[in-house]
Design a protein around this ligand. Structure first.
Ligand code: FES
Length: 110
C-alpha cells in the first residue's frame, strides 16, 4: 500500500527549506530516503546504492540530474531511477508533488 507524507506546510516553506544542488536526508517513519531539488521539481530516491549498498548521500550530483555513487562510480538517472553506467538494478524512486500545502512524497513501505 502506498504511503503519502507531506513535508512542510506551504510551497514557499518547502522551497526555503530545501536548497538546490544538495542531497537531503529525509526520514519518513522508519525509512530514510534521499531528496534532491531541481528548480521546483523534487527527485526522491533510495539512499543506498542498488549495487553494493553504499550511501548515496556521499554521491555526486551531475548537471543532468544523475547521481554518481561514491564507491564504484555507477551512475543513475534521478528522474527515472534508470542505471546509466555500471551493471546492477535500477535505483528506486518515489513520486513527489509540490503543492500549496507542502511537498507530497509517496513511498511503498517494504
Ligand atoms: S556500491 Fe554503488 S556503485 Fe558499487
Amino acid at each position: 500500500m502506498v504511503k503519502t507524507f507531506i513535508l512542510g506546510e506551504s510551497k514557499q516553506q518547502v522551497l526555503e527549506m530545501l536548497s538546490e544542488k544538495s542531497i537531503h536526508k529525509i526520514h519518513l517513519d522508519q525509512k530514510v530516503i534521499a531528496l534532491v531539488r531541481s528548480n521546483e521539481t523534487f527527485l526522491a530516491f533510495q539512499s543506498e546504492c542498488p549495487h553494493r549498498g553504499a550511501s548515496l548521500f556521499q554521491g555526486r550530483l551531475t548537471e543532468t540530474n544523475e547521481i554518481v555513487c561514491p564507491m564504484h562510480e555507477y551512475r543513475f538517472d534521478l528522474k527515472t531511477g534508470k542505471l546509466k553506467v555500471g551493471s546492477c538494478g535500477d535505483l528506486e524512486t518515489y513520486p513527489t508533488e509540490l503543492t500549496e500545502n507542502g511537498l507530497k512524497i509517496s513511498i511503498f513501505p517494504t
